[in-house]
Design a protein around this ligand. Structure first.
Ligand code: MG
Ligand code: ZN
Length: 287
């Protein structure tokens, strides 16, 4: 079964899902800026605060290399990387949807050797400017317009990103695609409401998204399977993928049987002399 593409798209949140902590907090705490961060937090959106904190780090002589070093020792559960590799080897397409930023995520995934497993990373854009300061911008530019979702922070509605991915499936004309979404935070609740009945939602147990889902489980159409740590994530994720693959194979078998039934039926029709040739061709081909 290895490397045969299936119709499963797995969407991972990043902080406290792939890695075991929040990367923003990790950098701020490890470099000794927690007090200032907590002072400023009530005064501005999180995303704007991260850009401000990167200015503070820079003004205090912290270099990009120091930030990278801190990111490279971020805690991750030892079973998360095997889970990602197994899902990829089973033929799933993997994506990241995160409210962190491109610099943090790329630095970490490259260091862990898992960057090539992801086909798409949706997150806040970032760049290192001429002064060597990391700039973090909002994924959605809320200074120009609101994304219109009241559940989500102004810079990013993950639900809208899920809807865009779903629309891309529809554009491809593929109605067999199934999504598995993994997340922990309140920001992962909006996308969980966008998932369809054939999708799977994997909320991290006792984390904000799990609490929100538990308050009214009927609102989530997808099958919900919670997980606690990287070990449970691996077991449950691989379990769901194998369930979907065997259901797909059963479906294919059924379709094959149906078409061979059609084939038997069509034999009689093909030999019907009054049938126009144009009709005979596709029927004969299906045998
Ligand atoms: Mg998270
Ligand atoms: Zn939203």
């Amino acid at each position: 079964m290895a490397n045969k593409n299936n119709n499963i798209v797995i969407v991972f949140d990043f902080d406290k899902t792939i890695i075991d902590v929040d990367s923003d907090n990790w950098v701020v705490d490890e470099l000794g800026f927690t007090v200032l961060f907590n002072q400023l937090l009530p005064t501005m959106p999180w995303n704007s605060l991260m850009d401000r904190m990167m200015k503070e780090l820079h003004d205090h002589g912290k270099t990009i290399e120091e930030i990278k070093q801190v990111l490279r020792r971020i805690p991750i559960h030892p079973r998360v990387i095997p889970a990602i590799k197994s899902a990829h080897a089973l033929g799933c397409e993997l994506r990241i949807v995160s409210d962190a930023n491109t610099f943090f995520i790329e630095t970490i995934t490259e260091h862990l050797g898992i960057s090539e497993y992801f086909s798409e990373i949706n997150t806040n854009p970032s760049l290192v400017d001429e002064q060597g300061r990391l700039r973090v911008s909002p994924y959605h530019d809320f200074t120009k317009s609101s994304h219109g979702c009241s559940r989500c922070p102004p810079n990013m509605c993950k639900g809208l990103i899920i809807e865009r991915i779903q629309a891309s499936f529809a554009k491809e004309g593929n109605n067999k695609k199934k999504m598995i979404y993994l997340g922990d935070g309140a920001g992962d609740y909006c996308p969980s409401l966008k998932l369809k009945g054939e999708d799977y939602m994997m909320p991290r147990k006792n984390f904000p998204v799990w609490d929100l889902i538990s308050q009214n489980p009927m609102l989530v159409k997808a099958t919900v399977r919670d997980w606690t740590d990287g070990e449970a994530m691996e077991r449950i994720l691989v379990g769901i993928i194998n369930e979907i693959i065997s259901a797909e194979e059963e479906e294919e078998e059924k379709e094959k049987m149906m078409s061979s039934e059609n084939c038997k039926l069509s034999v009689g029709i093909v030999h019907e002399p009054l049938l126009p040739l144009a009709l005979q061709v596709p029927l004969a081909k299906s045998c």
